[in-house]
Design a protein around this ligand. Structure first.
Ligand SMILES: Nc1ncnc2c1ncn2[C@@H]1O[C@H](COP(=O)(O)OP(=O)(O)O)[C@@H](O)[C@H]1O
Ligand SMILES: O=c1ccn([C@@H]2O[C@H](COP(=O)(O)O)[C@@H](O)[C@H]2O)c(=O)[nH]1
Length: 224
């Protein structure tokens, strides 16, 4: 009998900033801990800005597709699909730049690709087995963003509001929300939607079997 070539399963999880993408991704990750699984965040692939001054970096539109090194992300996703390890870039929010460090990411059977603009890029979309859009009202998302950016990213309330009005909101309307049409599943209530998380994990397990990955692995590396 000819043995089927194994192929990892790719789940794309998108939605606006603060919608609950990370929470949903972690919920799926935790529910599939027995499998070989990883989360790849589009945020790690913000372009290198070493050639820019800090003032110029502050002017960058971080919600536009051109802010991301999508070619590198695509190259890395293709490598992971071939069961090759990647040197994942690390984004430093304090320097508004890619760090000089990289992190070795070993391939896994389940790849959760998470980010605001992953469904906007057809090349990435075409590699996904399941496309998920986490749908959360704008007012909730901005409130979450204010909390996160003032507590964890050292920004003032005025800065968060200004960035939201100048770039986050218009880019969400132009690129993120329209990408919802490509989603297989739209998840309201994000990571708290246990029914959606259960349905997704069951579907992932069935695709794993179809892709020739019917073993349950011990998850040695649980770094995200
Ligand atoms: N369903 C939910 N109910 C309440 N709080 C939530 C829910 N989902 C996410 N959060 C919280 O909202 C914040 C943003 O969620 P996160 O998953 O990081 O969003 P994203 O990755 O889309 O920016 C986090 O503090 C998280 O704990
Ligand atoms: O230097 C940066 C890089 C990114 N951002 C903002 O991050 C969000 C995307 O991350 P979420 O986890 O989905 O919130 C995006 O809206 C950027 O505006 C930033 O503020 N600064």
């Amino acid at each position: 009998m000819v043995e089927k070539k194994k192929r990892p399963v790719v789940i794309g999880v998108t939605g606006g900033s603060g919608s609950g993408k990370t929470t949903v991704s972690r919920a799926i990750f935790n529910q599939l801990l027995g499998h070989s699984i990883m989360i790849l965040q589009q945020d790690s692939y913000y372009k290198d800005q070493s050639h820019k001054t800090m003032a110029e970096r502050e002017e960058t539109n971080y919600d536009h597709p051109l802010a991301f090194d999508s070619d590198l992300l695509l190259e890395h996703l293709n490598k992971l699909l071939n069961y090759e390890a990647i040197e994942k870039p690390v984004y430093d929010y304090t320097k508004l730049n890619r760090s000089t460090e990289t992190v070795t990411q070993e391939p896994r059977d389940v790849i959760i690709l998470e980010g605001i603009l992953i469904l906007d890029d057809k090349r990435l979309r075409d590699l996904m087995d399941i496309k998920v859009f986490v749908d959360t009202d704008d007012d909730i998302r901005i409130l979450r963003r204010i909390q996160r950016d003032t507590k964890e990213r050292g920004r003032t309330l005025d800065e968060v509001i200004q960035q939201y009005l100048e770039t986050v909101r218009p880019m969400y309307n132009q690129f993120v929300e329209p990408s919802k049409r490509y989603a297989d599943i739209i998840v309201p209530e994000g990571g708290k939607n246990q029914v959606a998380i259960d349905l997704l994990t069951t579907k992932i397990q069935s695709i794993l079997v179809k892709h020739g990955n019917n073993k349950v692995f011990n998850n040695i590396d649980t770094t995200i």
